[in-house]
Design a protein around this ligand. Sequence first.
Ligand code: ADP
Length: 544
Amino acid sequence: MHGLMMNYPLTLAQILAHAHRIHGDKQVHTLLPDGRVHRYSYAVLYGRVKRLANVLTGFGIRPGDRVATYAANTYQHLELYYAIPCIGAVLHPLNVRLAPTQLAEIVREAEDRLIFVDGAFAAQFAALQQHIDCPHTVIFNGASKMPVGAPLTRYEALISQADDTYAWEIQDENWAMGLCYTSGTSGEPRGVLYTHRSMFLHTLAVNQADAFGLTEADVVLPLVPMYHAMGWGLPYACMFVGADIVLPGAKPARERLVPPLCGGDNPLANLIAETGVTVAAGVPTVWAQAYPELRKRAQDISSLRQLIVGGEAMPPTLIEAYEKELGVEVRHAWGMTEMSPTGTLSTLRRAHQQLSDTEKWKVKAMQGRPVPGVEIRLATESGAELPWDGNTMGEVQVRSHWTARRYYKIEPTAEHFTTDGWLRTGDIATINAEGYMQIVDRAKTLIRSGGESISSVALEAALMKHPQVVEAAVIGVPDEKWGERPLAIIVLTQQADEGTPAALKQHLASEFPKFWIPDRFVFVDEIPKTSVGKSDKRAILAFL
Ligand code: ADP
């Protein structure tokens, strides 16, 4: 017997309409390249999104067509996050940090019909444009320096001429809404094709109190780029609850990966102080780089109450620094592009409240428990399920309403999906009896020495506890006798001297068995980073 409730499709048009009707006065703040902050309300955004919808259909974009963005986090990008899926087309945010040839391959595979380009990236887009065959390009933000290739149209001119009435009609909640490629940390990028339904349910899931826990009173700063795993779903999560959004824009001239708001004249603290940011989200590298500036408290950053951190393990020392020194709660999340991206979060249980602060930080440094709606399990290579005892290591497999069941244009293989329909994450972890998962490593970078496993994540976290270590990455290097041995790449606060490796070895010896201790330490000024700010272990290996 079927129930008698409305079968009302779950679509992003509902999120947009709710944000407009219920939270129309809430603000979107964007840091402009000249340092000023652009502000408008959700109500203004809504009108512009409808105009943009007409612009898109004017270009002949129809449901199912892929439309790319090549942009930083700005209000125009937010408008595109709604207009493209809400006309039934597929939003495809391009990772501006990928090499032009790699991106060209992605654009070719996606068959993007139109690209929206942020003028801040005009020069680097020109390098990409030579390699792609996309019929139309629209540009916003300071387009004057755009080297002209394909026909180019200006965003504001199109918006101002467009009609501002549009009736959203997503006929099926299973229509594709977005296409995002993995960032390619351990292999070639693969496309994940989200549906309206999956993103809607992800939005509800992350907005639970024990997940991101955003509310209408929040002012949220996504430092995570909108091309990294759909900006962790924040563009939708924020607007559904009616939180103000603060977008950091782009720093055009930066060659290397520097988070847009770190270093120099302390723009991150300025922006937090100016807009009253309460929650900010980004990868651990961002928070490691921002900490020295934030701790100076040159501005009033007391509004900041919570960080959402993921993409890589957040070292316990950094959690402690933010919680103890700055009084900011750290919410450590684990996920993947394939999971929209949220899978688990390490929030404390009531039973943890009696623990010491140090013990609490240990819990928070784990990747945590599944968000309701996500199921996880541990399995051996051959697929046998493993116990949740906090010791046994296995591959994490997941399923949820917002997890991919296959990749875009790639036939599902046993490497990525199990026969009973779970995603193989490629992450090696333990899970304890309370359901807290702790990532040991990625299967591809797990160090196997003399038949035993060594966790690079655990070694990195321990090295970071040493007062002279700013950053650490541990990788496995081939070894004739043991198969592989760990090697540590370290950034120090000061010049290394002869005694430094011995001191670091001694520091590790109290926590780990002898065979875990790296044989070699390499001291560098900077650890190479991937396009989304994770330690680039493939680049480190190539560089050795
Ligand atoms: P890529 O695999 O190309 O880096 P993603 O950004 O989707 O693309 O990365 C997902 C992977 O990032 C996960 O499978 C896991 O290895 C790693 N990851 C994400 N969050 C965490 C975390 N909190 N701790 C440890 N690893 C994490």
